[in-house]
Design a protein around this ligand. Structure first.
Ligand code: NAP
Length: 490
């Protein structure tokens, strides 16, 4: 396989080659020398380079965001909304190019990348509209000559760090509400998937975003993260990524008492009751488990299946999983791409080995794909022990482990036996049970008879160690607004 930028880029076939940017975006200027290599996980081929910026450049980006803040926060909501709508229009206009770029750097099948670009753009449109609905309150005063008014004002400069698994949507779900609220942003994308972020910045510039409102720095995570969490000019820090890194960054924010939002790891339970529509449950399980090669925070990670349908569900899930086409996401028929890197591959293999060591049996897969690299076969294991690693930790790979249960109480207890609390799924046709289970699950989101729960109109976020705060929906913009009470003595 070729190891040159030209051949990898040629394979992507961008209609607008300038969407591929190898420089950072600070204060409306493209800057930094491309040094750090970025590879395609499907081929290991070199896509290009990005700048390796550090503390000084991040501080420069913070200064630009601070300088842009007064004008941006006092622009009318309509002005901000117009730019955000145009930004979404541009994302859709260039959907195919953005999708191809995303697949090349992240590995997911093209159809999923196209879907993610539309999903990502929807946060610009949604929050542009929400900007016009940032309502305050009037509160009856404690005496006849006193009035209290509640104002909502932008938090200020926002620092943001995002992961590689959704290289566009995890960014727009933060900058959409932040910019709509009147904040300015400095963002660090994952070094594994920077090109989607940089293309989005270019389209923001074309949509009319003033210099300094949105800045991107790439480089070493630690020093950049230090500035974004410790600089007193930054008033809000928002992070999507793993729970251990989230905890560390939240602790770093304590010194300057920043507003903090955390979207962290999950370990989603997927419950199938005897009264479920098993075909629908299998279809939901395939979407929830194998989308993005099992590398989504809301991926079903533990399958709890009731006695009466266990064998039927297991057989059907294995048949459907083994039919998934594994390959390079840029190839037309691919339904499952590679894992992001060798580290991810090692984790998946360790989880499978541990489950087998605890007595699990293989229904399909359980080994690397013959294509080599980081391709792993869609895997279904039965008779997994509830204390296997597969159940205790987020696997982040295409492995479904099935555990049998007898009663509804058992299912809820097993499902809640986790320090994570992001998403959960349940399949039942019993209306009363659907309510009991939805209310009993200690999770921020429940998919009842559905494996797909992501949309800009619904609040996204977790409880327990899966995070703090919500993204999307009418609640998402509140994360970027401060409440001010004005007391008036008549
Ligand atoms: P990660 O290792 O925590 O990295 C996330 C981001 O943090 C990346 O940009 C990374 O930079 C950066 N980072 C790592 N160490 C840092 C440090 N010491 N200081 C500052 N920044 C640091 O997570 P990931 O592997 O990219 O993403 C997968 C995780 O994200 C999973 O646990 C998944 O569940 C979670 N996730 C959660 C949600 C949600 O909404 N709850 C959504 C998507 C993903 P580099 O990559 O450049 O090193």
């Amino acid at each position: 396989m070729a190891d040159t930028t030209t051949s990898e880029l040629g394979r992507i076939g961008l209609k607008r080659p300038d969407l591929f940017r190898e420089q950072c975006y600070i204060d409306g200027k493209w800057m930094g020398e491309p040094k750090h290599p970025v590879r395609n996980p499907a081929t290991a081929g070199l896509l290009g380079h990005i700048p390796n910026l550090g503390k000084a450049e991040t501080e420069r980006a913070v200064a630009a965001a601070e300088a842009a803040l007064p004008k941006w926060r006092s622009a009318s909501a309509r002005t901000r909304a117009d730019i955000l709508r145009k930004w979404n229009d541009l994302m859709l206009k260039h959907q195919e190019d953005l999708a191809r770029l995303m697949t090349a750097e992240q590995g997911k099948p093209l159809a999923e990348s196209r879907g993610e670009i539309a999903y990502a753009g929807s946060f610009f449109e949604w929050f542009g509209e929400e900007a016009k609905r940032v309502y305050g309150d009037t509160i009856p005063g404690p005496a006849s000559d006193r009035r209290i008014i509640v104002l909502k004002q932008p938090v200020g400069v926002v620092g943001a760090i995002t992961p590689w698994n959704f290289p566009a949507a995890m960014i727009t779900r933060k900058i959409g509400p932040g910019i709509a609220a009147g904040c300015t942003v400095v963002l660090k994308p994952s070094e594994l998937t920077p090109y989607s972020a940089l293309a989005i910045a270019l389209l923001g510039e074309e949509a009319g975003l003033p210099p300094g409102v949105f800045n991107i720095v790439t480089g070493d995570a630690e020093p950049i993260g230090r500035v974004l969490t410790e600089d007193p000019r930054i008033r809000k820090f928002t992070f999507t990524g793993s729970t251990p890194v989230g905890k560390k960054l939240a602790a770093q924010c304590a010194g300057t008492v920043k507003r903090v939002s955390l979207e962290l790891g999950g370990n989603a339970p997927f419950l199938v009751f005897d009264d479920a529509d098993v075909d629908a449950a299998v279809a939901g399980a395939i979407i929830s488990k194998f989308r993005n090669t099992g590398q989504t925070c809301v991926c079903a990670n533990r399958f709890f299946v009731q006695d009466g349908v266990y064998d039927t569900f297991a057989k059907a899930l294995a048949e459907n999983a083994s039919a998934l086409v594994v390959g390079d996401g840029l190839a037309g028929l691919t339904q499952q791409g590679p894992l992001i890197n060798d580290k991810a591959m090692r984790k998946v293999q360790a989880h499978v080995a541990d489950a087998l060591g605890h007595g699990a049996k293989v229904l399909t897969g359980a080994k690397p794909d013959s294509q080599g690299g980081t391709f792993y076969q869609p895997t279904v294991l039965r008779d997994v022990a509830p204390d296997a690693l597969l159940c205790r930790e987020e696997t982040f790979g295409p492995v479904a482990g099935l555990v049998r249960f007898k009663t509804e109480e058992d299912a809820i207890r097993l499902a809640n036996d986790s320090r994570a609390g992001l998403a959960a799924y349940a399949y039942t046709r019993d209306l009363a049970r659907s309510w009991r289970v939805s209310e009993g699950l200690e999770y921020g989101m429940v998919g009842m008879n559905t494996g797909l729960i992501s949309t800009e109109v619904s609040p996204f976020g977790g409880v327990k160690e899966s995070g703090i705060g919500r993204e999307g929906s009418k609640y998402g913009i509140e994360e970027y607004l401060n409440i001010k009470a004005v007391f008036v003595q008549l």
